[in-house]
Design a protein around this ligand. Structure first.
Ligand code: SF4
Length: 211
């Protein structure tokens, strides 16, 4: 059952965080629900007739946008239906739009992501003309240190989700492994988005999404 105090707290913290992101050059949107976020993404943020790349994300899965992006209205670099995943991720680096979730945001306007191959953080740092980040309120933390701790803490769940054969999948505990299947290889901190004004958009949803 929805907890009205958590919703209230999420709204207050969410708006405060969005102010900070705006201050750092992001275009931001607050969405009370997943449905509202989907509406904002498809009807306000993403124009038709553009190429689109995707970051792997539970939140994007919950938004159920794949059927729309696979329509004739978009040219999707479809990482979920392709013969060569590596090539599709390379092509996504030159997409008009890159849509992705994120691992952690801070209330002072920083974003932190931890990647396996680096394809997602590469796109988030440079390449696509526009980046749209869609993220649940559970990813919001107070400090940069908290954000970095968060991305490491959730890494075993990411391994489990992606069927990686790492020690953490056996017992949920990170051993800082040293093997090809390791997920935790590239850490990206996005401190500021003013370099290319209008490039970064954040849709913050007042719901717990992903992990
Ligand atoms: S470093 Fe290895 S063991 Fe630790 S969370 Fe990442 S993949 Fe799992």
């Amino acid at each position: 059952m929805e907890n009205k105090y958590r919703k209230w707290f999420g709204e207050k913290r969410g708006w405060k965080a969005l102010e900070a992101f705006e201050e750092k050059g992001w275009k931001t949107y607050y969405a009370e629900t997943l449905e509202a976020a989907r509406e904002t993404l498809l009807n306000t943020c993403l124009p038709k007739n553009v190429s689109v790349g995707l970051g792997g994300s539970e939140t994007l899965g919950a938004l159920d946008i794949l059927p729309v992006l696979r329509s004739a209205d978009y040219r999707l670099f479809d990482r979920y239906n392709c013969a060569d995943h590596f090539e599709v991720c390379r092509e996504s680096l030159a997409a008009d739009y890159f849509i992705t979730g994120a691992n952690a945001l801070t209330v002072s306007g920083e974003m932190v992501n931890l990647d396996c191959s680096g394809s997602r953080v590469a796109a988030m740092a440079y390449g696509p003309r526009k980046i749209i980040v869609v993220v649940g309120i559970n990813k919001l933390v107070n400090t940069l240190e908290d954000a970095i701790a968060r991305v490491h803490a959730i890494a075993p769940m990411n391994c489990k989700r992606n069927n990686h054969r790492t020690p953490c999948v056996e017992n949920g505990v990170c051993t800082d492994c040293n093997m090809p299947a390791r997920m935790c290889n590239h850490l990206l901190i996005t401190f500021n988005a003013k370099k290319f004004e209008g490039k970064y958009t954040l849709i913050l949803i007042n719901e717990d999404l992903g992990f």
